[in-house]
Ligand binder design. Structure first.
Ligand code: SAH
Ligand code: SF4
Ligand code: F3S
Length: 476
């Protein structure tokens, strides 16, 4: 399996990888890049320069899945143009659409040479050499071996070699919860937790390479129950404690959590572990007990509100975020009002909301009482107005405060760099580039719709000044 492909003979071979969907797909793309780098590939951000194009796809909603086909249409042209210049291009569809649709993708889009799911990308070198030999590769098995054992070590460098301040680390994958609307249990398979030692080693290497912040990932990350060094099952709180103990790690986050697995030890970790950031993404989907039951979420609205109360008691400055689905089959006006009511009670700092999208093969897709599109659209609009107001209120409340900001990348404007607040908001600051990767106190001066703006509280020299929303708009 680790045999070298022809690719490794020519160091100039290039790969373009595009991620759709959740953070786990972003992590998987980084790992695919690692596999291919070890085979002599270099990453490029231009598909027309690429000898290999990988679309790492998402199947969660119809729109996400359909995006792939429009991208494949564009790639068909690029492949033909390159061919006219004597250059071959391999096209791969990876990720959750690949897992769900398999060889149907090749039938619909013959431009595709390889289709493989999220559990088999460690076999990429083998897939590439088979595709180069003219085979149409389709691999959507859930292999018996653990892909993590067959991947090269995660490199602490980002795409195209730049240092990363923040990195994702998958600790748990798959889902056994089978919410009636969701494809994830089918595309990612059964819940699986990586052993503690492997995770801590990967985290240590990331930190040694300059990473300051790690986000532990899982579809249900708080269902984590990996094997600890003592041979026992460890919960997420213990894992967080172990990772927090690595010297040099400055910030820890975890996502996505399920309310059912939000236990007291994890809540206590928000009080006790200083590096654990005061932010919790805890999707609720609906505020109606009836809908939550039909969704098979395994908890009611009161339990959710109780958890919120408990985490806020543990960490009073905690910012909350959630996911919502409107127009789930059978959702009445009253059910939807219950969702609005829950949102008003919780007061979110951030949220994602979606119209229910019927996904083939999931139980809710066959329900007889589908909600008309116009009703879904109207509900989404009302919910989003409320959530936007709450997000703005939260951000406005930070103006005048000094927040520690982890600087991650250059901003849009010359001289500007962008970092993240503890609450995950982008913060735009005029500051020297050498602060990338550092955490600095920033005085927040303005709150825009998607970012905060501010200036270094202790500027290294007097050329640094505050960037206001007005300036950003003029120059953007
Ligand atoms: N494991 C997480 C969610 C993963 S999917 C959890 O249980 O909360 C990310 C989000 O996509 C979900 O929270 C849900 O809001 C949304 N989603 C999933 N399936 C969907 C569907 N069929 N239609 C619309 N939104 C959906
Ligand atoms: Fe999907 Fe539910 Fe599993 Fe989340 S818990 S991934 S929504 S099935
Ligand atoms: Fe999408 Fe798969 Fe993630 S369906 S949301 S990429 S687990």
């Amino acid at each position: 399996m680790n045999r070298k492909t022809n690719a490794s003979a020519s160091p100039a071979r290039r790969v373009f990888i595009k991620s759709y969907g959740c953070q786990m797909n972003v992590y998987d793309s980084v790992r695919m890049a690692d596999v291919l780098t070890a085979e002599g590939f270099q990453e490029t951000d231009s598909p027309s320069e690429a000898d290999l194009v990988i679309l790492n796809t998402c199947h969660i909603r119809e729109k996400a899945a359909e995006k792939v086909y429009s991208e494949l249409g564009r790639l068909r042209k690029i492949k033909a143009e390159r061919k006219a210049n004597g250059r071959e291009t391999l096209v791969a569809v990876a990720g959750c659409v690949a897992q769900a649709e398999g060889d149907e993708i090749v039938r619909r889009a013959p431009v595709v040479d390889m289709v493989f799911g999220p559990q088999s990308y460690h076999r990429l070198p083998d897939f590439v050499s088979r595709a180069e030999a003219g085979e149409s590769v389709v691999d959507t098995e859930f292999p018996a071996e653990d892909k993590f054992d067959h991947l090269p070590l995660q490199m602490p460098k980002g795409a195209r070699g730049q240092r990363r301040a923040s990195a994702f680390l998958t600790v748990q994958e798959g889902c056994d919860k089978f919410c009636t609307f969701c494809v994830v249990p089918y595309t990612r398979g059964a819940e699986f937790s990586r052993p503690v030692t492997k995770i801590v080693d990967e985290a240590r290497r990331l930190v040694a390479g300059g990473v300051s912040e790690i986000t532990l990932l899982g579809q249900n990350v708080n269902a984590y129950h990996g094997e600890g060094p003592d041979g026992r099952e460890w919960c997420l709180a213990r894992l967080i404690e172990a990772v927090a103990g690595i010297g040099g790690i400055k910030r820890l986050r975890y996502t996505t959590s399920h309310p059912r697995d939000m236990d007291d030890t994890l809540i206590a970790a928000h009080r006790d572990i200083e590096t654990l950031m005061p932010y919790l993404h805890l999707p609720v989907q609906s505020g109606s007990d009836r809908v939550l039951k039909a969704m098979n979420r395994g908890h009611g609205r009161n339990r959710y509100l109780e958890i919120i109360e408990d985490v806020r008691a543990a960490r009073p400055d905690l910012a909350l975020s959630s996911d919502f689905i409107v127009g789930f089959p059978g959702e009445s006006d009253e059910d939807f009002e219950d969702t609005l009511d829950l949102v008003r009670r919780v007061r979110y700092a951030q949220a994602f909301s979606f119209k229910y999208s019927a996904r083939p093969g999931t139980p809710a897709a066959d329900a007889g009482d589908q909600v008309p599109e116009a009703v879904k659209a109207e509900r989404l609009q009302r919910l989003q107005v409320l959530l936007r107001d709450q997000q703005a209120a939260f951000a406005d409340g930070l103006v005048g405060q000094t927040l520690p900001v982890l600087f991650e990348k250059p901003g849009k404007l010359t001289g500007q760099i962008v970092g993240r607040s503890p609450y995950l908001q982008p913060v735009q600051v005029m500051a020297p580039e050498n602060l990338m990767g550092a955490i600095m106190p920033v005085t927040i001066t303005e709150a825009g719709p998607n970012s905060l703006f501010g200036h270094l509280t202790d500027p290294p020299d007097n050329t640094v000044k505050a960037l206001t929303v007005g300036e950003a708009m003029v120059s953007a």
